[in-house]
Structure formats: structure tokens, C-alpha cells
Design a protein around this ligand. Structure first.
Ligand SMILES: Cc1cc2nc3c(=O)[nH]c(=O)nc-3n(C[C@H](O)[C@H](O)[C@H](O)COP(=O)(O)OP(=O)(O)OC[C@H]3O[C@@H](n4cnc5c(N)ncnc54)[C@H](O)[C@@H]3O)c2cc1C
Length: 456
């Protein structure tokens, strides 16, 4: 039987980052990463292979090269059983590998709801992180004219925009009242809705899909309100489920939602076994509730934590819950969100004060390429601690959102933004006199003052 000090199952975002971080911290230990497929897609780039990138070839993650560069053995095989008592993993090829520490990074697969009649018709697709499937799907979509994308989370939104770019007639259908309903409050999601509509994507909200109809192949979809629309293809973007069967069948504890149960060091309940990424249990940073958040950024943060804690616990380096920091873009406009939305806070009985500032990202605003910047900050009413934020801006939206994320993670209050020192430049940022994070915080502070004075 082969042996390695650290064995990693799964070679996408979580597995790759855990291997590299782990090896940097424990250079004398041997590391082996095993993944099911040779080619690994950049998961976040998948929507773009249907439009901007044109093919999966341009969206490959250089996992093998990165492993080689870091002195990590990389193998292609499928783990079929973990023997947690004798500490070895059996693979489909018949190989067995002994480990000291095991990292389970088996990720997630898309959900195809069992209740959806017609889900198995030809031209009904999901969006797995599987190159072969995506290449097949890309070529089958070739002859389609009308495509329905079901589910307007960030993947559905990105995919709709990319398919529209390629000339399809795209209809995005969302059961909730708004697109991106869970990530953005309505005053921001409406703006994204408007942008997508202007770009020619048809959007239907507040009604779900009931069935897909066709003679062997998609012809029509029927919505919950009885409306029928002719379609040539249907893409289901209705969520992902954790790949936790391998862990479960090997006796590793799984939670009620099917995620591998972990602590704040990403350790499972089984000795010397860690779980990271989409397959591992998540807890919301603010509400402390278990959540099904699946983000590559979260996966990589968990992977770094696990890598650093493999052989010796760094007690301050823990993963204290997902802040669900995410950004996306439509053309040159970026959208970002971090922490809880105002709507989510209300649902949790978490009283908040919000501030929303609309400014411009250059000063003076007459400079070329100046763009509107909108920042919404959400603070807990009783403490002033920032618990969420949303941004619409130019390409800097992603980094502004990351600043908000760091503030949430460090439980900074509105005061930290009010006294924030920033660097600015006419061609790069908003004006120092109208910096959106500070201005949004000032609005919260003004509301706090009014409350203290008993004013409305
Ligand atoms: C279309 C799309 C767009 C996205 N965009 C973004 C984005 O912009 N930003 C963001 O933060 N997140 C994004 N995500 C989410 C992100 O892709 C996931 O959170 C991320 O891929 C999780 O990484 P992971 O390593 O945990 O799992 P996965 O990426 O699912 O990888 C798991 C790996 O393990 C392998 N594996 C599974 N079982 C076995 C086994 N038994 N033996 C060996 N190998 C096995 C799989 O083959 C796979 O390679 C997007 C997801 C999709 C689908």
C-alpha cells in the first residue's frame, strides 16, 4: 500500500488551496492530492464558457502544474472508501493510500429536482463543474433559439447574460419575488434586473417552473401559474448538493442537511479527518445559523484554515462562519454583497440601521469612464457593528465588497468607517470628500443620533 502524510480527496478550489497552504506550513510532510478528473474547470469561470470565453479550453485550472511546483503528488482516481480506523483510502483503480491526515474536499453537484416533470427530457441541463458535460451541453445548445434559465441566483444571472451575448433568446425565471433575492435587498436587485432587461434578457419573477413538456426533447415549459412558453432548451440553476456520500458511507458524521459536520478548525468528528469546501458544513457568520452557502471564496478560506491547522492547532486561525462575500459583473458594472441583507436581518429579528450612498467613482466625475457607485451598509441597531453591505459600482465593486467583508469579520462598528483613513486618486477612486463607505456610514451615524435624541 502507498502512503502519504497528507491525503487530499478532490482537486478543485478547496483541495488545491489546502494542499498548497498545507505544504507551505508543513514542508517536511508528503502531500498527495487525488481528483476524479484530469481537467479541472475554474468553477467561477463556467458561465463565461457559454459566451465571452467561447470554450472550456480557456477555463482550465492549472492544478497539476501547481501541485508539481509545490512538491505535491497529484493523481487522477476516484476515492470509493475511507477506512478511518486503519487510516487508508481505497480508490476505483484498486489503489490504496495510507494517510496521517485526510482532507475531504469532494465539493458539490447540481440539483435536478425529482418533482420536476420532464426534467429528464433531452436538452434539459444542469451546470456541473464537469468539462465533458459542459462541452456536450455547449454543442447541444448550438441549434437552440429559445432558452429558459431556471433560478436567478448569481449563476443563473451570469449564465443568462452570457447566453444572451451569444444571441439566444433567454428567459430567466425566478420563483422568489426578485432576482438575486437572497444576496441583495430589493433597491439594489431592481437595478440589476433593469440592467439585464436592457441587455435583452426576459425576466419572470414570483413564479416557479411546474413542468417541462416535449416529445423526447424540450418543446415547452409550463409555469406554476399555468402559462406555457415554447423553449428549445432548459437550464436548471436551482442549487447544489454537497458530495458527502463517500464520507457518510465511511462513518464520518454528516449533518441533517447532508454536509460533513466540522468544527472551527475544519476537523470532522473523526480523528485526523478534515472536510473543506462545498461538502463541509457552513454556519452564517452573523446569524450563526447553518446555511448552504457554496462559494469558492469560502471554500478557499476554509482550505487555508485546514492547511494551517493540520498537525498543530493555531488557536487563533479558525473559520468562524461564512460571511458569504460575493461579487459579479454585467459588462463594466460590478455588484457585490457581504454578510446579511436588510431583508435577512428582518427575518432574523435582528434590528438594523442602514445607510445608502450614491456617488461616483472618479473625482471630478467628468473624468473619462467615471461610473456611479452605490454602497449600502447594514449595522446592528444595538451595537452599530457592521453586519452586511451591498455595492453596485465599476470593477472596483468586488474590492469594496471585500473591505466590507473584512469589517464584518472583525466586528467593526460604524465608527471604524467614520474614522477610516483612505487613499484616493482622481483616476482610481471616489473623492475623499465623498467616499462611499464613509458616506454610507455617516448616514447610519446620523440615524443613530436621531434615535438618541428621540427624533423620527
Ligand atoms: C457556474 C458556477 C459559477 C460559480 N461562480 C462562483 C464565483 O464567481 N465565486 C465564488 O466564490 N464561487 C462561485 N461558484 C461556487 C464555486 O464553484 C464552489 O464553491 C467551489 O467550486 C467549491 O470548491 P470545492 O473544491 O469545495 O468543490 P468542487 O469545485 O465541487 O470540486 C470538488 C472536486 O472533488 C472531486 N471529487 C469528488 N468526489 C471525489 C472522489 N470520490 N474522489 C476523487 N475526487 C472527487 C470532483 O471531481 C471535483 O473536482 C460557482 C459555481 C458554479 C457551478
Amino acid at each position: 500500500m502507498k502512503s502519504t502524510d497528507v491525503l487530499i480527496i478532490g482537486g478543485s478550489a478547496a483541495g488545491m488551496v489546502a494542499a498548497v497552504t498545507g505544504k507551505a506550513h508543513w514542508p517536511n510532510k508528503s502531500f498527495t492530492l487525488v481528483k476524479k478528473q484530469k481537467d479541472v474547470m475554474v468553477p467561477c469561470g463556467i458561465p463565461y464558457i457559454f459566451g465571452t470565453l467561447e470554450s472550456s479550453e480557456k477555463n482550465l485550472m492549472p492544478v497539476d502544474a501547481m501541485m508539481e511546483k509545490n512538491g505535491i503528488t497529484s493523481l487522477v482516481d476516484e476515492a470509493i472508501e475511507i477506512n478511518t480506523n486503519e487510516k487508508f483510502v481505497s480508490f476505483a483503480s484498486g489503489e490504496k493510500i495510507q494517510y496521517q491526515k485526510l482532507l475531504v474536499a469532494t465539493g458539490s453537484t447540481p440539483v435536478k429536482p425529482k418533482w420536476l416533470e420532464g426534467a429528464d427530457l433531452e436538452n434539459v441541463f444542469v451546470i456541473p463543474k464537469d468539462r465533458q458535460y459542459l462541452d456536450d451541453m455547449n454543442s447541444k445548445l448550438g441549434n437552440a433559439k429559445n432558452i429558459a434559465v431556471i433560478g436567478a441566483g448569481f449563476i443563473g444571472v451570469e449564465l443568462s447574460d452570457e447566453l444572451k451575448k451569444r444571441g439566444y433568446n433567454v428567459t430567466l425565471i425566478e420563483k422568489l419575488p426578485h432576482i438575486l433575492n437572497l444576496a441583495f435587498d430589493v433597491e439594489l436587485s431592481e437595478k440589476i434586473h433593469e440592467m439585464l432587461t436592457t441587455r435583452g434578457v426576459n425576466i419572470i419573477t414570483g413564479v416557479g417552473i411546474k413542468k417541462v413538456l416535449g416529445n423526447g426533447k424540450v418543446e415547452t415549459i409550463e409555469l406554476e401559474n399555468g402559462k406555457k412558453i415554447n423553449m428549445d432548451a432548459v437550464i436548471l440553476s436551482m442549487g447544489y448538493k454537497p458530495n458527502s456520500e463517500l464520507a457518510k458511507n465511511s462513518g464520518i458524521t454528516i449533518d441533517e442537511d447532508g454536509f460533513v459536520a466540522v468544527d472551527e478548525y475544519m476537523r470532522t468528528h473523526t480523528n485526523d479527518v478534515f472536510a473543506i469546501g462545498d461538502c463541509a458544513q457552513k454556519r452564517d457568520f452573523v446569524t450563526r445559523r447553518r446555511v448552504p452557502t457554496m462559494l469558492a471564496s469560502t471554500a478557499c478560506a476554509e482550505a487555508r484554515i485546514a492547511g494551517m491547522n493540520l498537525f498543530n492547532l493555531h488557536v487563533v486561525k479558525t473559520f468562524s462562519g461564512t460571511i458569504a462575500i460575493y461579487s459579479t459583473a454585467i459588462e463594466n458594472t460590478g455588484f457585490g454583497t457581504a454578510g446579511v441583507t436588510e431583508q435577512r436581518a428582518n427575518e432574523e429579528d435582528l434590528e438594523v440601521i442602514t445607510g445608502l450612498f450614491e456617488g461616483v467613482d472618479r473625482h471630478p466625475g467628468n473624468l473619462p469612464n467615471a461610473q456611479k457607485q452605490i454602497v449600502k451598509l447594514i449595522a446592528a441597531k444595538n451595537s452599530g457593528v457592521i453586519i452586511g453591505g451591498e455595492v453596485i459600482a465599476g470593477v472596483e465593486a468586488g474590492e469594496l465588497t471585500n473591505v466590507i467583508g473584512l469589517a464584518i469579520q472583525n466586528r467593526m462598528s460604524v465608527n471604524s468607517f467614520l474614522t477610516m483613513q483612505i487613499g484616493t486618486h482622481p483616476c482610481l477612486t471616489a473623492s475623499p470628500a465623498a467616499y462611499p463607505l464613509i458616506k454610507a456610514a455617516e448616514q447610519i451615524a446620523n440615524k443613530q443620533l436621531k434615535l438618541m435624541r428621540g427624533e423620527k
